[in-house]
Design a protein around this ligand. Structure first.
Ligand SMILES: NC(=O)c1ccc[n+]([C@@H]2O[C@H](COP(=O)([O-])OP(=O)(O)OC[C@H]3O[C@@H](n4cnc5c(N)ncnc54)[C@H](OP(=O)(O)O)[C@@H]3O)[C@@H](O)[C@H]2O)c1
Length: 277
């Protein structure tokens, strides 16, 4: 993997991270790898894991007793169900010029605006679980108070866990959640289904599982590294009348993969809309 650029080495002021669980912890690691000085980081986390506690030796502040003066950025990474209790308590950290970056699924900009000072510059973002290895993709959406400088900072903070896209229309976040937020589960299901199909075709279960796992992982990596799009990569491994073509006739036929995924992502989009608040 390439060495990350030190995009955060010039960060000035303090960064407050609220919730250093799976996502918050991955972001924290990424920020430090990108040059953010631990002395500039304050973490609020009731159940800090060893790696976060160890950062105290490098100057990170964990669960401060007193007030932290207006932060340059407040990153909210608690579970969405914790938000009604946790977010209003953050109001005192949000000063003029503070960027609030929330990665909570389903918690809208409207919810954050109601819970925080009126002038707050807010970015709502939706990451996904490959963030744990720095290979996620996050989609970010700003409110009207976010300056160009804050947008750049939000991009740099999210880039610590993968790629970053921006949308201007918050309504798109439901489809984003359904596609890339929930998407890793669809890919894991693909590996499970391929394993079961391999067993049904006569392979020993452990061999089928290894073949499915490496095929999904290797193909993902190939897609990641290639300049070709997915359709071209697929065509490149499909000879007319061959074995792959026989399978694709089924997968791409009526009621096949495309139709099923369209239905599944529409269901997830609807559910995201229902849960949003
Ligand atoms: N994981 C994903 O794939 C994913 C994808 C997209 C978006 N997200 C979003 O990312 C956020 C974090 O998810 P996660 O998977 O990282 O969850 P997680 O591992 O449960 O992390 C949340 C952490 O916040 C802590 N916390 C709870 N209340 C707090 C408070 N008042 N102040 C400070 N910290 C508090 C929790 O401690 P306790 O254990 O004591 O509650 C926990 O350690 C969620 O809002 C989720 O919607 C996650």
């Amino acid at each position: 993997m390439s060495v990350p650029q030190k995009t955060l080495s010039k960060f000035s002021g303090h960064l407050l991270l609220v919730g250093a669980g799976k996502m918050g912890g991955a972001m924290l690691d990424g920020w430090i790898a990108r040059g953010l000085n631990p002395k500039k980081i304050v973490v609020i986390e009731p159940q800090a894991v060893k790696t976060v506690k160890a950062l105290k030796r490098r100057g990170l502040t964990l669960n401060p007793k007193g007030k932290v003066a207006g932060a340059t950025a407040v990153v909210i990474a608690v579970k969405p169900q914790t938000a009604p209790a946790a977010v209003p308590l953050l109001a005192s950290y949000v000063g003029k010029g503070t960027l609030v970056l929330s990665i909570m699924a389903g918690r809208t900009i409207g919810f954050l605006e109601k819970s925080l000072p009126a002038a707050a510059a807010i970015v709502r973002a939706m990451p996904n679980t490959p963030a744990a290895i720095g290979r996620g993709i996050a989609v970010a959406c700003p409110n009207g108070k976010v300056s160009a400088r804050q947008r750049k900072l939000a991009t740099d903070l999210l880039a610590a866990i993968g790629k970053v896209e921006w949308v201007g229309d918050e309504a798109l976040m439901d489809a984003v959640t359904a596609l890339s937020g929930s998407g890793p589960a669809y890919v894991f299901l693909l590996a499970e289904a391929m394993t079961q199909a391999g067993i049904a075709a006569g392979l020993p279960a452990d061999l089928a599982a290894r073949l499915a796992r490496e095929t999904v992982a290797g193909s993902g990596e190939l897609l990641h590294r290639s300049t070709l799009d997915a359709a071209m990569l697929r065509q490149n491994v499909t000879s007319p009348g061959g074995t792959t073509a026989a399978a694709l006739d089924v997968l791409m036929g009526p009621g096949g993969f495309d139709a099923l995924l369209t239905k599944a992502i529409a269901a997830a989009t609807r559910r995201s809309r229902e849960l949003a608040g």
